[in-house]
Design a protein around this ligand. Structure first.
Ligand SMILES: [Zn+2]
Length: 240
């Protein structure tokens, strides 16, 4: 068989040659996948409009020598509210950029596919980006093998005073001296992290997080993520 079908979310596109585009998908069937859309930069191309970032599409793909070639595209779902709101768009771009970096090619990752699709749908339909974002980051890190330790300190201590990315999560006062990357952790932030590690997306959609608490939790997650994955997002190259 020299062709196959995929269902995938469009993560990114880059121009190659005069008229073609290389499209990166997160697929339901094959994890991350790259394929070429021939002549898709022509205005008259039927494919051009379908292969927009974040779209969920079904594609018919031919096996090629260097890259596989997209022969047909059918849109399953678009996310118009994300596309027309700059804040939602930028936040979603970070989520998608990270997903593209953490997932390997041709490695089946159905859980990540479901998480990303659920997150895109939630952002589009509810817009509650802060709460949905915290949910996404904790879950994608867990799926990637970097689960935050939130129940007790690495020594077993339960009186939590801080957080250490290098020690994998929360730490007690006795262990604070054992590491140099201690971040203070307030009780509300600890409670919030513990809740978000277990709640469902349908609950995260409804929650509101106070600004100060959000900043504290986002900072902890970002430091943990960068320490363990070594992935810096384009938007973080200057700010963190
Ligand atoms: Zn300890």
């Amino acid at each position: 068989m020299n062709s196959y079908y995929i269902t995938g979310i469009i993560l990114s596109r880059e121009n190659i040659g005069e008229k073609d585009r290389l499209v990166v998908f997160l697929t339901k069937e094959r994890g991350k996948l790259k394929a070429v859309a021939r002549s898709s930069r022509r205005i008259s191309s039927k494919m051009a409009g379908s292969l927009e970032p974040f779209n969920l599409v079904r594609c018919w793909i031919h096996i090629g020598r260097t890259f596989d070639i997209i022969k047909g595209v059918e849109i399953i779902r678009t996310f118009p509210n994300i596309i027309k709101d700059i804040d939602l768009y930028l936040y979603t771009s970070r989520i998608v950029e990270f997903t593209q970096s953490i997932v390997q090619e041709n490695e089946e990752t159905l859980d990540v596919f479901k998480l990303l699709l659920g997150t895109l749908s939630a952002i589009n339909d509810y817009g509650n980006i802060n709460s949905i974002g915290i949910f996404f980051w904790l879950n994608i890190l867990t799926l990637a093998g970097y689960k935050m330790r939130l129940d007790r300190c690495v020594c077993g201590g339960e009186k939590i005073v801080g957080f250490s990315p290098s020690m994998g999560g929360v730490i007690c006062s006795n262990c604070m001296m054992k590491t140099t990357d201690v971040m203070l952790l307030s009780n509300p932030a600890l409670t919030l992290l513990r809740e978000y590690a277990t709640i469902r997306l349908s609950e995260a959609i409804k929650r509101e997080i106070p600004k100060d608490l959000l900043a504290e939790v986002e900072n902890i997650i970002a430091n943990f993520r960068i320490y363990h994955t070594n992935i810096r997002l384009k938007s973080e190259e200057v700010t963190i």
